[in-house]
Design a protein around this ligand. Structure first.
Ligand SMILES: [Zn+2]
Length: 677
């Protein structure tokens, strides 16, 4: 590493895509982060920049973002503020992917690469470059002395789809990589034509899979400085030595992209410092290991809508502990020998049925309690549970006593009504809709498995393909069904270990980071303690003293915490939300006020009273919190962002608790039901 940590730039990224903060609030933040050793601020304007002329629809001039932020004077003032404090102001304007804020408008719709998706711009249409050049020009006009400029260019998910790009791809030696690089090159050259000595930054994710020859052909290293972004924790860090080796040859200098908020789940409201500190620790050790790469700075990103990971530190540990080898075996399609195990954990009994008699057998189970939950687990084709796994199941379900569990080896292969074996068909896979809730664990795509999303929630173990410790010889059999059992048991026992988000295939999940339309996540005030902790890690390493986790703080002293009251209210909200959901899903409500009992007026006042009192208590606290938080949010951000946060998080909860209060109020004054009506 040519630069010591003290010389490396430390740049804080402010994402204005959601909840842009008011100018006086940002002034306070700038002062505080300066005192924490920050050397630059990366401002990603999106729809908060006051674009004029034919671009006026997409920015703050026509209030596209709804928060009336920022005017031209405010933008100029913010850039000057950063500079006056001795920090480097850097503007980020997306020029390829993540252009929803422009391409969602009818005027620019024709420039989409894919009509249904407003994120990616077509690089082939001439008007595309005109749009980008106009945005760049206007941004640079307010900062003619800029030293750096960031052109984004990440997550260009669709390429070569429109007819123009298809035609271009038909040309000699043209590839999708070259389509991408040609556009980037044109944009960079345009930026440099405006400010000759400027350094252009770009996110590196699209360059990573490209072959070195193509990158050398376009002299990408002379054009731009890549920001290698990776937001995973120590346990899940996934950048390879090969990548760093290639980058050493391609780029004379690189930036690193870490995260201090918005990388831990799609709709999180808190930014746990330990999670983000772990990302910085991972980066520090990788920077040490790859000393030949010239890391010149760290950009600490703070996304306003989040990136998610399939599992946290704990979940990964739990899963890895249970990685097991599945034996090599011949795939047989005969399911007639499969047994169905029916477990009653509450009653401490179980019964086994041949598959063709299972349904009748289970229904005639002694004293079958139809009010208990039935979990069905389809374990995998012809895979019998070993002892440790069976133990794991028993232990897990001890904590879920009010339930039955059905275990089946497999159901993707079925017999038809005449008892004839039916061939394997993808349509027969278990999928969402066959039960109230379906979870699917993918561990063998590319062979018998699939990458398609089938359930209500899908998990892609080890990216959904071959499992690392499986010694099977045939490519069609590289799955360990027992890993799926471990995963499922962990998801039953530790629901908070498995954050998830909506997407329709693994690639979309993997690539997902920010979407203009996604739920607003952690607000800046909540994430400032995380940012402070992450910066401490970067500074501490310079001293050679390893970071102590005691220094990961989720709070800050008041004088270092602009927006403290917002942050504290959100912490209160998280606790209150837990209490509210706890009540709504409690045994008390499910026992004495279930939907059937309410519909048939078959309730008893004495039990309803307890529910009523608790519900009113929570409701009144929620209402007070909503008012307080609305006021404090309006002091630091705009009306639209305030409305969005309150109506995304607090209001839906108030609606549910209010409904429970209303029902409890009605039923508590009624006599105990005589018979269901
Ligand atoms: Zn195109």
């Amino acid at each position: 590493m040519n630069n010591s940590k003290s010389e490396m730039m430390k740049i804080v990224h402010l994402d204005m895509k959601g909840a842009p903060m008011k100018v006086d609030y940002l002034e306070k933040v700038f002062q505080v982060i300066k005192s924490w050793g920050v050397t630059g601020v990366l401002l990603e304007w999106e729809d908060t920049f006051p674009y004029t002329g034919e671009l006026d629809e997409i920015g703050s001039v026509k209030n596209a973002g709804g928060d009336n932020l920022y005017s031209l004077a405010e933008v100029t003032h913010l850039l000057a503020c950063v500079k006056q404090l001795g920090m480097e102001p850097i503007q980020l304007v997306q020029t390829f992917g993540h252009m929803e804020f422009a391409l969602k408008h009818p005027a620019f719709r024709e420039l989409r690469e894919m009509d249904q998706a407003p994120a990616v711009m077509c690089p082939t249409k001439s008007k595309s470059l005109q749009l980008v050049m106009a945005m760049v020009d206007q941004a640079l006009q307010v900062q003619p002395d800029a030293t750096y400029f960031h052109i984004g260019a990440d997550e260009v998910w669709h390429a070569g789809i429109c007819t123009d790009c298809q035609a271009k791809l038909g040309e000699d030696k043209m590839t999708k990589s070259k389509l991408y690089l040609e556009h980037v090159k044109r944009v960079v050259l345009h930026v440099k034509s405006r400010v000759p000595n400027i350094s252009v930054l770009m996110w590196d994710d699209m360059l990573r899979p490209m072959d070195a020859e193509t990158l050398i052909e376009y002299a990408i290293g002379d054009l731009a400085i890549p920001v290698i972004w990776h937001y995973s924790t120590v346990e899940c860090f996934g950048l390879t030595k090969e990548m760093f080796n290639i980058y050493t040859h391609l780029f004379s200098k690189v930036f690193v992209g870490t995260a201090f908020k918005g990388a831990n789940g799609s709709c999180q409201v808190l930014s746990p410092a330990a999670r983000y500190v772990s990302n910085h620790e991972a980066w520090l050790s990788h920077m040490k290991e790859n000393e030949r790469v010239n890391f010149i700075g760290v950009i600490l990103t703070g996304w306003s809508s989040a990136i998610t990971h399939i599992s946290g530190r704990q979940a990964m540990g739990a899963v890895l502990k249970h990685f097991v080898t599945c034996p090599t075996r011949r795939i047989s399609l005969d399911v007639s020998k499969i047994n169905v195990h029916f477990h009653d954990f509450k009653g401490g009994r179980s019964k086994v049925f041949p598959i063709n008699k299972a349904a009748r057998g289970i229904l005639s189970f002694d004293n079958l309690d139809k009010n208990r939950n039935i979990y069905m687990f389809v374990h995998g084709f012809a895979t019998y549970m070993n002892h440790p796994i069976a133990d794991l199941v028993r232990r897990t379900f001890k904590a879920v006593p009010n339930s039955y569990l059905i275990l089946i080896d497999h159901s993707a292969y079925t017999n038809d009504f005449d008892g004839k074996k039916k061939s394997y068909k993808r349509e027969e896979q278990i999928r969402s809709g066959v039960a109230d809730y379906v979870e699917v664990y993918h561990c063998d795509h590319g062979a018998l498995g699939t990458k398609s999303v089938l359930g209500d929630i899908d998990f892609f173990v080890n990216k959904g393909s071959a499992q690392p410790q499986c010694k099977s010889l045939t490519p069609s059999n590289k799955c360990s069904h027992n890993v799926c059992v471990s995963m499922w048991m962990a998801s039953v026992a530790h629901r908070d270990w498995f954050p998830a988000r909506n997407c329709d295939k693994y690639e979309a999940f993997k690539n997902w980071r920010y979407d203009h339309y996604a739920t607003l996540c952690e607000l800046l005030p909540v994430a400032l303690p995380s940012l402070a902790s992450c910066l401490k890690v970067l500074h501490r390493d310079h001293d050679g003293i390893p970071m102590e986790h005691a220094l990961c703080e989720d709070i800050l002293p008041s004088h270092e915490w602009p927006g403290e009251e917002v942050a504290r209210s959100i912490h209160t909200f998280v606790i209150l939300r837990e209490r509210a959901i706890g009540l709504l899903t409690s045994e008390m409500v499910r026992t004495w006020l279930n939907p059937w009992q309410i519909a048939r007026r078959y309730t008893v006042p004495v039990h309803v009273e307890g529910i009523r009192v608790t519900a009113h208590h929570i409701l009144s606290e929620l209402v007070v919190l909503k008012a307080d938080l609305t006021n404090s949010l309006l002091r630091i951000t705009g009306a639209r962002s305030t409305d969005e946060w309150v109506h995304s998080y607090i209001e839906p909860l108030i609606t549910k608790v209010t409904r429970l209060c209303r029902i409890a109020d009605e039923r508590v004054v009624c006599e105990a039901g005589v018979k269901p009506m």
